[in-house]
Write a protein that binds this ligand. Structure first.
Ligand code: KG4
Ligand code: ZN
Length: 356
């Protein structure tokens, strides 16, 4: 089965063509398998950078411009464009941006249907489900206990979605049965990276800039707070951490910004890792999946792995490749396939606050 997917929820215009096979039944089979045929992304970072963040109307304008360009590229790549499913992100995200993708998907769906493919389906997807399922696109798996990747041995699992808009912890009993167990009460962790970067006069998006700077700093130089670390719930909070950095910079003019970056990163990651491992322990998880833009951070991955190894936990740790941590349409195709199999439907209407 082929899935054509479109993603325009924020500042990346993305179109992907993905081949999928296999099922989602937890007790049988080896799980779904995916092959990315094309994964095209047009980033708008340079356009939004002077504003220090994403400007919704500029994002919409760029999506309108980029969608036909990416689609032409896809057609030119030589694949017969005869998908079984057109999957499009309907939320959460910026509604004007989401609408550009939904309308484009509707047009393509109609055109392909006109050409004779009467069975084609158009389905709306939650961007968060895209991130959640993106571990299925991982080829190189970090296995501690299992030399051969075994689909049935993955669950129960704990999934951590960490992006610019969300910080969510999810307990997964299977690919199709899952429940949110915690989330941020204020800023998302990626948002905190972006805001702290601004305090340090670094460009948007802040995550990669802070990661680079932190490599040259001492992560235990400053003891920033670890918000909600010891609370017996799976929620997070990052706005107080950002504020404490604001005050620290105000009161310590000669501080090395490398140390601030490294100490901030270390505080944020300690909370993410400890709470995720606590959930994994409580729910007897056999694996941990992390996804979203912040999961691209190498230090975070290293620290997660180190902690799992030091504690001798029998837990698989799965992270998508860097380009699939950030927003892309291949993950929307994966969610499209799974939702198609489980017959889950969403309205083809932009919903900025759509939940997972
Ligand atoms: O998943 P994503 O591309 O878009 C959203 O759905 O929000 O995530 C973007 C976020 C931004 O806040 C960005 O600063 C952060 O991910 N990010 C990182 C890194 N790369 C991107 N944060 C920490 N370290 C990174 N290397
Ligand atoms: Zn995202």
């Amino acid at each position: 089965m082929k899935i054509l997917a479109i993603e325009t929820s924020c500042d990346e215009t993305a179109i992907a063509l993905v081949e999928a096979k296999g099922g989602v039944n937890p007790s049988t089979g080896s799980g779904p398998k995916f092959k990315i045929l094309e994964n095209l992304v047009a980033s708008q970072i340079k356009i939004h950078r002077p504003f220090g963040g994403v400007v919704p109307n500029l994002a919409k304008r760029e999506h309108l411009k980029n969608l036909p360009i990416l689609f032409k590229k896809l057609v030119a790549s030589g694949y017969t464009l005869n998908p079984d499913i057109v999957a499009v992100t309907v939320g959460p995200g910026l509604e004007p941006a989401l609408w550009t993708g939904i309308n484009f998907a509707k047009e393509i769906y109609k055109e392909i249907k006109k050409l004779g493919n009467k069975e084609i389906k158009l389905i709306g997807i939650s961007h968060l489900e895209g991130h959640l399922y993106s571990f299925l696109l991982e080829q190189k798996r970090v296995n501690f206990q299992f030399s051969i990747f075994n689909f049935q041995n993955l669950f129960p699992a704990v999934a951590l979605i960490i992006s610019g808009g969300h910080t969510i912890l999810i307990k997964m009993d299977s690919l199709v049965k899952y429940k949110k167990i915690g989330e941020t009460r204020d800023d998302a962790v990626g948002e905190a990276f972006d805001k702290v970067a601004r305090l340090l006069n670094l460009p948007y998006p802040g995550g990669p800039e802070i990661e680079k700077l932190a490599k040259k700093g001492n992560s235990s130089a400053i003891n920033f707070p670890r918000p909600m670390l010891n609370q017996k719930n799976y929620d997070f909070s990052f706005s107080g951490l950002k504020t404490s950095i604001l005050y620290y910079l105000r009161d310590n003019k000669n501080v090395k910004i490398e140390d601030v970056a490294a100490s901030f990163q270390s505080a944020a990651f300690e909370v993410l890792i400890k709470k995720t491992l606590r959930a994994a322990n409580e729910f007897k998880a056999k694996s941990i999946f992390i996804s979203g833009g912040v999961a691209a951070n190498k230090t975070l991955k290293k620290e997660f792995i180190l902690k799992i190894e030091n504690l001798k936990l029998k837990i698989d740790f799965l992270v998508p490749p860097k380009n699939l941590c950030a927003d892309n349409a291949a993950m929307i195709a994966v969610a499209g396939y799974i939702n198609h199999l489980r017959k889950k439907k969403r309205r083809l209407t932009a919903n900025g606050n759509l939940n997972i």
